[in-house]
Design a protein around this ligand. Structure first.
Ligand code: KG4
Ligand code: ZN
Length: 340
């Protein structure tokens, strides 16, 4: 039987990236992301500025996605959009846009949970990338999220662990800020860490029950550590940057891996799928590879452009919902909190 051709236009605007993608079934035809630079000056995302930038970006980004996919609006089968979780003002821009366009084109509207989408990004058809089979564990690590999720089927997901304070990306970014590195500092910590000694300095690991995480204590201990040493030697950071970064990264990677090992032990599931911008981190990638050898894990990391915030992951989730005819009514609204 010939597979039906379904074209999904997907829109993502939950944080500081305005993104639109077009998918033909499980394949990505275009995935356009406009990253908002304005926040760099403030050392973090400013919600009000993010919504304004989404307003400016959304129309050109959608046009670009349709052009790149070489698709006309009339050929679209449905519109998928992120309804949450995220910054409310940002979500409202994508939500209103998607609702109006679906209404204008008289095609189905599909709301997508951003956290589910990070996980379902693994089901995009991409040469050279395997898809996990059910059940598997997903660990989403980014500037906004840190969760371990048990995935039993596309839409049967259970959060089994999450951060009780900062996300892991925030831990990287806030540590970098203390060291005087620009935002977002995660990639810079990684870069410096590669040439440093991970055991040069010791930072305490938090004691958190079960599979939950905590990163706010680490940030505080790094702050005190830096204050103490720079009081004695003002050049301390500059002289030891690589070792400090390597030691911070080593601590964060250990925190993540401890909980992941525990999750594998508790569930008996050895397939692990990673998502979120922090999955680019070299220390995490090495630790996962080591886990494959040492514990027989099978790990999945999607193509980088589908792991940071992007609309292609919203598109694949939209397509999987489209197959189930899981459509949304036009009363659907943006929600800052939205459980998987
Ligand atoms: O998924 P993402 O693009 O956006 C959200 O936060 O949702 O993730 C961005 C986060 C930032 O905190 C950034 O510093 C971090 O991912 N990040 C990294 C690396 N690349 C990006 N953190 C550590 N090492 C990296 N190589
Ligand atoms: Zn995200």
């Amino acid at each position: 039987m010939k597979e039906q051709k379904t074209y999904i236009l997907a829109i993502e605007s939950s944080c500081d990236d305005t993104s639109a993608a077009v998918l033909l079934n499980e394949k990505v035809l275009s995935n356009v992301v406009a990253t908002q630079k304005i926040h760099e000056e403030y050392g973090g995302v400013v919600p009000e500025l993010a919504s304004r930038a989404h307003q400016q970006n959304i129309v050109p980004v959608v046009h670009m996605a349709l052009d790149k996919a070489n698709i006309g609006k009339k050929e679209l089968s449905a519109i998928a959009f992120t309804s949450g979780p995220g910054l409310l003002g940002s979500l409202l821009v994508g939500t209103s846009f998607a609702k109006s366009l679906a209404l204008g084109l008289q095609i189905p509207l599909i709301e997508v949970n951003h956290m589910q989408a990070h996980i379902l990004a693994h089901f995009i058809d991409e040469d050279g990338f395997d898809k996990p089979s059910f059940p598997f564990l997903a660990m989403t690590i980014s500037g906004g999220h840190t969760q371990i999720i048990r995935v039993d089927s596309y839409f049967d997901m259970t959060v089994i662990g999450e951060t009780i304070d900062d996300a892991v990306g925030e831990a990287f970014d806030k540590s970098a800020k203390i060291l005087g590195l620009p935002y977002p500092g995660g990639p810079l910590i990684d870069k410096n860490a590669r040439e440093g000694n991970p055991r040069a300095f010791r930072f305490p690991k938090p004691k958190v029950d079960g599979l939950n995480f905590s990163f706010s204590g680490l940030k505080t201990s790094i702050l005190y550590f830096v204050q103490k040493h720079t009081a004695e030697d003002p050049g301390f950071i500059g002289e030891n940057l690589k070792d400090i970064c390597a030691s911070i990264q080593y601590t964060i990677v250990n925190i993540l891996m401890d909980k992941l090992r525990k999750a594998v032990k508790e569930t008996g599931i050895k397939q692990i799928a990673i998502g979120g911008g922090v999955s680019a981190n070299s220390g995490i990638r090495e630790a996962l590879k080591a886990g494959e050898k040492k514990y027989g894990w099978k790990t999945f990391i999607p193509k980088f452009e589908y792991t940071t915030d992007n609309a292609a992951m919203i598109g694949i989730t939209g397509y999987l919902k489209y197959r189930e005819k899981d459509f949304s009514g036009h009363h659907v609204t943006a929600k800052a909190r939205f459980k998987v």
